[in-house]
Ligand binder design. Structure first.
Ligand SMILES: [Zn+2]
Length: 504
């Protein structure tokens, strides 16, 4: 989500009216050097994250992640999104110890657990471009009414977050991700009001087992990144180097509050000195954005380690952005709600830009990459002369390997080929909204008709997180109850109308 011309004044007001000092947070360090999976959740359950003033006393579920084991997806339509593997109309995918070890028409492996893929599409999991995950709690609360627009709600509820709220919001978003077949997320984390908030978010990520880029940004309403906490977070949560969790920096958007392009450029330099990739909200509709990207180009600050978000006004600069290897994440469900335009997808594709699709915020639109592909398709029609519309394969590419490439994970995830990690989903073709004929290109079927409820099975790093339409580790009713309680607590502390009383 970008603070655009429509709502920039709102975030400026937030700067003036909220401070970190007013938040009741008990900072308490986690115990132990390594927190993974259930251990992280158990510590949270025991209150290792400060819970003073939290709206929920609900004990967090403590599922262990499933083992990686050995599996064969048997007899499905394999849509690999890898040029060397291609499509197999009827094929097997062999997984062992978290890796794809073979893809072939028929594979024998007596020790493998068979997952029947008949009448299903087996494809890479979706890769999200960027997502402010903690605000998944606000679903349905954000709308067009005065006082309830996205940045107004952020301005009121953001400063009231406890670490427990951060944990609960991120866990809700990750639950939605798993259900929708999104196997890699980019949590653009911009409400870390203490180190404990960062730890709480990262505990949720390790607990749920979704591949993660986590970008450390400035807390909402402030402009400076908590640089002093970056080495601590890096050591605690990212030292494993297993590519399940990778760290980045969320640079502050130019024009947010009093943020200047020079200040943002300094943040880029700091991140690069730490060897960390950077993501930047940019090129929206505010007047200074084009000048900002011009500054980045003129000062050689673009690069393959930089991800730009939105790109509404990027058309004059597409060639330079592409030449630098900088990627662009578009948010097709959110941008029309907060700007007056849609991104120039056809021109960006013609320029060879590395594109990805972002959920951005599930406070405004559900985490549905099928819907997002359709929206990119539709928005391409808005910006196209008819000669350069994306194909279904190109839309799928943006939603899978495109996202992986944006995060530097193209050798890890985003397509199916032996040697890559086993991040894949199985989509049912037999559902009521799916195909009847067998000779229809499954790529168009997925783009035009797919929905999260068609996702039968989800595997991340060889672990089955969804099977036969049900999540395997997350107790969804508990997640929903905790999220409801957290939101009620947030609204009470922030002085917004409480649940049960009409807000509008
Ligand atoms: Zn954003």
């Amino acid at each position: 989500m970008s603070a655009t011309r429509k709502n920039m004044h709102l975030s400026s007001n937030v700067d003036a009216t909220h401070s970190l000092d007013g938040i009741n947070i008990r900072r308490r360090e986690f115990i132990g050097a390594t927190l993974k999976g259930a251990a992280a959740s158990a510590l949270l359950t025991g209150g290792a994250v400060g819970l003073t003033g939290c709206g929920s006393s609900e004990a967090h579920a403590t599922p262990s992640l499933p083992s990686q084991g050995e599996f064969i997806f048997r007899g499905g339509y394999v849509l690999s999104m890898d040029p060397g593997v291609g499509d197999l109309a009827n094929g097997d995918v062999h997984i062992k110890n978290g890796a794809i070890i073979n893809i072939a028409p028929s594979i024998s492996a007596s020790s493998a657990e068979v997952i029947d893929a008949n009448d299903c599409i087996v494809m890479p999991g979706f890769v999200d471009g960027h997502w402010h995950m903690m605000n998944a709690l606000w679903r349905g609360l954000v709308n067009d009414k005065a006082g309830f627009t996205y940045f107004e709600v952020f301005g009121r509820l953001g400063p009231a977050y406890t670490p427990s709220d951060s944990y609960t919001g991120v866990k809700l978003a990750l639950t939605e991700a798993i259900n929708a077949g999104i196997t890699t997320v980019h949590n653009w984390s911009n409400n870390n009001r203490s180190p404990a908030h960062a730890d709480a978010e990262l505990a949720a990520h390790t607990e749920l087992g979704v591949r993660t880029r986590w970008s450390y940004g400035a807390p909402f309403g402030l402009s400076e990144i908590p640089w002093s906490d970056v080495p601590r977070v890096r050591q605690r949560w990212f030292a494993a180097g297993d590519r399940m969790m990778t760290l980045g920096i969320g640079a502050t958007q130019v024009g947010l509050g009093s943020q200047t392009i020079q200040q943002t450029a300094d943040q880029l330099s700091k991140a690069r000195a730490l060897g960390l990739p950077v993501s930047l909200h940019s090129l929206a509709t505010q007047p200074d954005s084009p000048d900002s990207i011009r500054f980045l180009i003129d000062n050689n600050l673009l690069g393959s380690d930089l991800q730009l978000l939105h790109g509404i006004s990027s058309e004059p600069y597409l060639a330079a952005i592409a030449a630098a290897g900088t990627s662009l994440a578009i948010s097709p469900a959110v941008e029309p709600l907060t700007t007056i335009l849609v991104p120039p997808v056809p021109a960006a594709m013609t320029a060879g830009l590395k594109l990805s699709i972002a959920v951005d915020t599930s406070a405004l639109a559900s985490a549905d990459m099928f819907m997002n592909m359709r929206l990119v398709w539709a928005s391409a029609h808005v910006r196209s002369d008819g000669s350069n519309l994306p194909s279904a394969r190109q839309l799928l590419q943006i939603a899978t390997i495109g996202g992986a490439t944006a995060h530097g994970l193209q050798d890890v995830t985003g397509s199916l080929r032996p040697g890559k990690r086993a991040d894949l989903i199985m989509v049912r073709k037999s559902d009521i909204n799916m195909q009847l004929a067998q000779d229809i290109d499954p790529a168009w079927l997925l783009v035009s008709s797919g929905r999260p409820e068609n996702v039968d099975t989800v595997m991340v790093d060889g672990r089955v997180l969804k099977r036969r339409g049900a999540l395997t580790t997350v107790k969804v009713p508990e997640v929903m109850k905790a999220a409801k309680d957290a939101l009620e607590g947030l609204r009470t502390r922030a002085g917004m109308p409480v649940l049960g009383k009409p807000a509008i």
